[in-house]
Design a protein around this ligand. Structure first.
Ligand SMILES: [Zn+2]
Length: 168
């Protein structure tokens, strides 16, 4: 007995159960595996940032920021970017958290406008005492890093624009 398998055709016929099922599936729009993976990475990035703040900055950032302050971003493999999370602090200042996978350590960066008004300065933070020291300085400049004419770090604005525009 030879039963030939019907080859796939372009249409599934109108009002067939399969056509109805295809319509239902399209309406529910189950996220693709790729979208699900990105959502998981966003959530994990926020969780990682929160845990790091609670453990390493319990008396400053851990008190000032909540889960809803953070926005998780998926990895961008082509750009070599791991999942990360950003938090807007107000006054044009941001926190950026990611993990250095190779060295398995947390990288927390404070991003603040430069006093020259032309860009942002990013400062990798190294513990609560340093943060308090930086915040004390920033208080005097209304939340802006002093422009360094010898080595203008504010040129990094383009890098931060790239991720803040495309990945938020
Ligand atoms: Zn500057």
């Amino acid at each position: 007995m030879t039963e030939t398998l019907v080859p796939p055709t372009a249409t599934v016929g109108e009002n067939t159960p399969l056509a109805i099922l295809f319509d239902i599936a399209a309406a529910i729009a189950v996220p693709s595996e790729d979208e699900q993976r990105k959502d998981e990475q966003r959530e994990e990035a926020v969780t990682a940032a929160l845990h790091y703040l609670w453990n390493t900055y319990p008396d400053t950032l851990g008190k000032a920021l909540n889960e809803e302050d953070w926005h998780g971003m998926p990895a961008v493999p082509g750009a070599g970017l791991e999942p990360s999370a950003v938090a807007f602090l107000g006054g044009g200042l941001w926190l950026h958290h990611t993990t250095d996978v190779d060295q398995s350590r947390d990288l927390l960066t404070l991003v603040a406008p430069c006093t020259c008004g032309n860009g942002y300065v990013d400062r990798l933070l190294d513990g609560e005492w340093e943060l308090v020291w930086i915040l004390t300085d920033l208080t005097a400049t209304y939340g802006r890093f002093p422009h360094n004419t010898d080595r203008p770090h504010c040129m990094s604005i383009r890098r931060f624009r790239a991720w803040s525009d495309g990945r938020l």
